[in-house]
Design a protein around this ligand. Sequence first.
Ligand SMILES: [Zn+2]
Length: 422
Amino acid sequence: MSIQKKLGKYSIGTGDRFAHQAKAQLQACIQALQADVEVTPVWNKSNREHLIIGSEPTSVRKAADEAVQALGWTGAYFCDADHITLQTVDRFVDACDFYTIDVADAIGKQAAAQDVAAFADRHRNLVGEIALKGTAEKFSITDAMLRGTAEKYLAAVQQAGAVYRHILAAKGEGNFLPEVSMDETDSAQTPVELLLILAAIADEGIPVQTIAPKFSGRFNKGVDYVGDVIQFEREFGLDIAAIAYAVEHFGLPQNLKLSVHSGSDKFSIYPAIHRTMHRLDAGVHLKTAGTTWLEELIGLAEADGAGLALAKEIYAEAYAHKDELCAPYATVIDIDPAKLPTPSTVAGWTSAKYTEALRHVQSAAGYNSSFRQLLHVGFKIAAKMGERYLELLRANETIIARNVTENLFDRHIAPVFLGHIS
Ligand SMILES: [Zn+2]
């Protein structure tokens, strides 16, 4: 399969809901480069976010291009149409060159019986024991597994093929990176399932450069991983081994790698991710959960005065509308209502108290993950404020940018890609 646009070994997907922080985000990649590690920036924004903010995909492209120009970034960079489907992809055709094709909804749908049979037939040679690189563990695949996996995932992969060909017709071969995502579903995919899914993806002729499975454990938005870290590390290594096998045997692109969605703030698994990548000489795409907007709030609160006042007002509004704000994210947040301070309590907070509650430093005594998660889903409140919010962003650009860069570099790029323990 031919690819022209190529994603590097290490990349970070970063969200910028209000399109004001691209420079501060790129600065984090520049810091990585100064430490001799190239991390490709990918600006991602989903259709859902665009609808809530009232923005167009071209605004993401424009902010990225301007940041790259302003900071003299000479490396590659991409704009990701995040979690698109056949219904939502069209508005992203001009602005994007990375497409996260989301087929989670089709998992479990029945593919045509003859397609399932053909898949099982075509891949009969996978039945038995499969030796993997970098591990003594083997996959043992039965004919029933081959069929069972096809029954569960083949329709989803066929749907990914339809979306891929739709984008292909609009943009031309090699002009964009396709990712297939299956993370927004109930149960995790096993490494064996991942291998068989990749076989189906290759059959569909999709030159995937990243694949986003659902890993075991909880990947809540904007907070740490909840689950068994040792089991995660084992699974992550086997997923990478499955990818290496798929590249070698199914003809998928050499640079195919895992994409970790909701990958920001998962501090407890970063050492495992780094170790495994290093051990298996693999890359990773770490997609953050759009928490840059929380750094904007932290910067505003740190600025005190009108900034802190607005940050408090946003919390009060989010608190008043918590049920409707949380509903779309019910499966990816975990807020304890008893831990949410009342708006009148927050009204009395100092700048330091607000930032300590929100900033993701778990060792800080005042850190409050429920407060953080509610504000994370509360970006709609700021979007509704429109110019009032954006004006304060501009007025406090320096202090906000410092928080954005520090969060992305110190808490994410450094532990994942540079192996720094924070
Ligand atoms: Zn995702």
